[in-house]
Ligand binder design. Structure first.
Ligand SMILES: [Zn+2]
Length: 234
């Protein structure tokens, strides 16, 4: 694991510099796979982009994400994140999706009865079984403000956000991990290049050793000759 910091921080829609999505997931993947940020920059906020990246880059490894906690089954309220699990364990390094203390959670209210077949606004249906004619009362669910961090086992290993708090409470929304599904495909280009470099180095060492042995023999021969000359000169 290396510490790769995120480069794009979340900004709201009405920010003076315009809205922006954070790239915490890309920074987490780069950290876990020990790659420069640039090699993971194509990773966005969705699992699909991580799956595609992993398939392309590491054919022997598969990516999986699962939701944690029970809150996903029923109707959610904006304060429900406090009921999310605050501890979770996965073996080795993994990526946790957590509730973000910086990005607001947004609950959307709307109802299909307030739109016609062309998706144009129309008068809501007073007999609608979902909203009884009041689309503003029907929750369409919450878009959670989420963040991604690198975990090792049950511990926080790296928070890619520059504001990283010292001892934050992590409210776990989901767990992402990578598992080896085909070990035969695990030899990466980097490893191969490394192996080639090692072979070249080994070859050079062997040649040096041979040269040294030859020089030693030469030296011994010269010494012997010198000794003979000294002997005969007496
Ligand atoms: Zn309705």
């Amino acid at each position: 694991m290396i510490c790769v910091e995120q480069r794009h921080l979340w900004r709201p829609d009405d920010h003076l510099d315009g809205p922006q999505r954070g790239d915490c997931a890309a920074a987490c993947v780069a950290s876990i796979f020990e790659l420069p940020y640039e090699e993971c920059a194509e990773i966005g906020a969705t699992d699909d982009t991580i799956t595609a990246w992993t398939e392309k880059r590491y054919p022997g490894i598969s990516y999986s994400h699962r939701m944690l906690g029970e809150g996903w089954r029923g109707k959610e309220r904006i304060e429900d994140y406090v009921n999310w699990p605050t501890s979770h364990y996965e073996r080795g390094y993994w990526m946790a999706t957590i509730w973000s203390p910086r990005i607001p959670d947004v609950e959307t209210f709307d109802c299909g009865c307030a739109y016609d077949q062309n998706n144009e606004s129309t008068d809501p249906d007073p007999n609608c079984k979902w909203c009884h004619g009041d689309p503003g009362s029907r929750s369409m669910g919450i878009t959670w403000g989420l963040h991604a961090v690198v975990m090792l086992g049950a511990n926080l290993a790296w928070d890619p956000h520059p504001a990283r708090e010292k001892n934050p409470t992590l409210y776990f929304c989901g767990a992402s991990k990578w598992t080896v599904t085909d070990p035969s495909q695990l030899i990466s280009k980097a490893k191969l290049a490394n192996a080639v470099a090692n072979a070249i180095e080994l070859d050079q060492l062997r040649r040096l050793h041979e040269e040294r042995t030859a020089l030693k023999q030469e030296l011994r021969k010269t010494k012997d000759e010198l000794a003979q000359l000294t002997e005969s000169g007496k």
